[in-house]
Design a protein around this ligand. Structure first.
Ligand code: BES
Ligand code: ZN
Ligand code: ZN
Length: 482
């Protein structure tokens, strides 16, 4: 299902939608512009943030959504999302919320489109969804670019959610690669798919090693948006484990559930690249999707095996469940070979991310403080929660191996697992003109999925976090190069 058609209208009176959503300010006497406070009291609309109450006023269907005390753009995005999520049975909606700035309008458009998301492609009788959303812009200045941005960003989040929600029996590395290849070509992106034989021939020992235990072979998919007017080049790298059983270092049953989401990084970087192309951003964007299924069989990589990553670094596999860093290592080496201006990787890399930052805040690490900070800022601007974390120098020695250049995990270690994984990845980021290529690594293990109830514009299941933040970052990079 595509995202709803998005449009801007000047006043609520211009709406042709079946139902108009109005914002309610809380207080002793809750207020909504154009409505009698008595009415609000009568139907119990208190203005409490994200509360949604339906009514019929003068023969028109309306709904009231509580605004709470903060109506900044970050909050408005969540409020619009919660409203549309509660009203997903209504095909055409209009939103009249207190928007003051262009950013506010963008937020309401995005929040509304994100809240309309539903994944029921596998149900016998899919429910109809929202097909049209009009946002009342009032006095706020709005250009077509704002609508295009909201559309591109929301489409990218929907695509990421759809891919990540797809059950793993239906999304093997080959399915994933085929789908990306077909869609990307249609969108005018170039695509290269490396199959298992080519991966082996070209030295991608991490991806081959992780994928070799599965009857469903690995792939490395590269998609690229390379406009003629590009002055900068960013390479994105995504972890694409279509199912992570842990391999021979098998996960306990409770931890194995939800491991279909372990390919969310790959879905994210693909969706962001497609959005960059849709927006015709004047920057070259390359995405590498490292796809493999981490399974158990007599051909699986064993703990104690030594594999060789592209470029020649040997790695002793001490834990086959630390597979993400192995496939990412190969892809980071490939990313570095292009000598780009920057590399951003996205991965559901460690359970330790959840321990450190919880279920809603992603960790960002890297080799360049200014670059990491810029990514954190860009993310905050669009209401994405990411937090900078260090890669402590002394942790590198925890990766020393007796038999190889590195080991992929320190057995028994319980300290700073997210940071240690980042330290491992850091070893595979190359140099350009004698200094490290600016690189940021985003660990989205927890935030990639919502195993609880929906909130704001976030549904249960795949969330599509960091898609909009990374897109904003790339968009800013394309502008700063002008
Ligand atoms: N895919 C997992 C990380 C993960 C955990 C994602 C929970 C989402 C939710 C990753 O491959 C993994 O298993 N990491 C291990 C590393 C350890 C063996 C060093 C972990 O975090 O336990
Ligand atoms: Zn794992
Ligand atoms: Zn994994």
């Amino acid at each position: 299902m595509p995202i709803p058609a998005l449009s801007i209208i000047a006043r609520p009176e211009d709406a042709t939608a079946e139902l108009i959503v109005h914002g309610v300010h809380p207080g002793e006497e809750p207020t909504a512009e154009g409505f009698d406070p008595e009415l609000l009291r009568g139907i119990g609309a208190t203005g409490e943030r994200e509360q949604v109450v339906r009514a019929v006023v003068d023969g028109r269907r309306v709904a009231f959504v509580g605004l709470g005390d903060d109506t900044g753009s970050v909050r408005l995005r969540q409020i619009a999302g919660a409203a549309v999520r509660a009203l997903r049975d209504v095909p055409t909606l209009a939103l009249a919320l207190p928007v003051r700035t262009t950013d506010d309008v963008l937020a309401v458009l995005e929040g509304a489109a994100l809240g309309a998301y539903r994944f029921d492609g596998l149900k016998r009788e899919p429910k109809p969804g929202v097909v049209e959303i009009a946002v009342v812009a009032g006095e706020a200045e709005v250009t077509e670019t704002v609508v295009a941005m909201a559309k591109a960003a929301s489409t990218a989040v929907w695509l990421t959610r759809d891919l990540a929600n797809t059950p793993p029996n239906l999304l093997s590395p080959v399915h994933f690669a085929d789908r990306v290849a077909a869609e990307a070509q249609q969108a005018g992106l170039s695509v290269v798919v490396r199959d298992e034989e080519r991966l082996r021939r070209e030295g991608f020992g991490g991806i081959v090693g992780v994928g070799q235990g599965s009857s469903r072979p690995p792939r490395l998919v590269t998609v690229e948006h390379a406009p003629d007017n590009a002055t900068r080049h960013v390479v994105l790298v995504g972890k694409g484990i279509t199912f992570d059983s842990g391999g021979l270092s098998l996960k306990p049953a409770g931890s194995m559930q939800h491991m279909k989401y372990d390919m969310t990084g790959a879905a994210t970087v693909y969706a962001v690249t497609a959005a960059a192309a849709a927006l015709q951003l004047p920057i070259r964007v390359t995405a590498h999707l490292a796809l493999a299924e981490n399974m158990v069989s007599s051909t699986s990589t064993r703990p104690d095996d030594v594999i060789v990553i592209r470029g020649g670094t040997s790695v002793e596999v001490t834990n086959t469940d630390a597979e993400g860093r192995l496939v990412m290592a190969d892809a980071l080496v490939l990313a570095s070979e292009a000598q780009p201006d920057a590399i951003i990787d996205v991965a559901t890399l460690t359970g330790a991310q959840q321990v450190a930052l919880g279920d809603r805040v992603s960790g960002v690490m890297g080799n360049d403080e200014a670059f990491v900070d810029a990514l954190v800022r860009a993310s905050r601007e669009v209401g994405e929660l990411v937090w900078p974390m260090p890669i402590p120098e002394e942790m590198r020695s925890m990766l020393d191996s007796e038999v190889a250049d590195l080991q992929n995990a320190k057995v028994g270690n319980r300290s700073g697992g997210m940071l240690l994984a980042a330290a491992f990845l850091n070893e595979f980021v190359g140099e350009r003109d004698g200094s490290p290529i600016p690189w940021a690594h985003i660990d989205i293990a927890g935030p990639s999925m919502n195993t609880g109830k929906p909130f704001g514009h976030t549904p249960s299941g795949a969330t599509g976090v960091v898609v909009r933040g990374v897109l904003r970052m790339i968009s800013k990079m394309s502008r700063s190069a002008e």
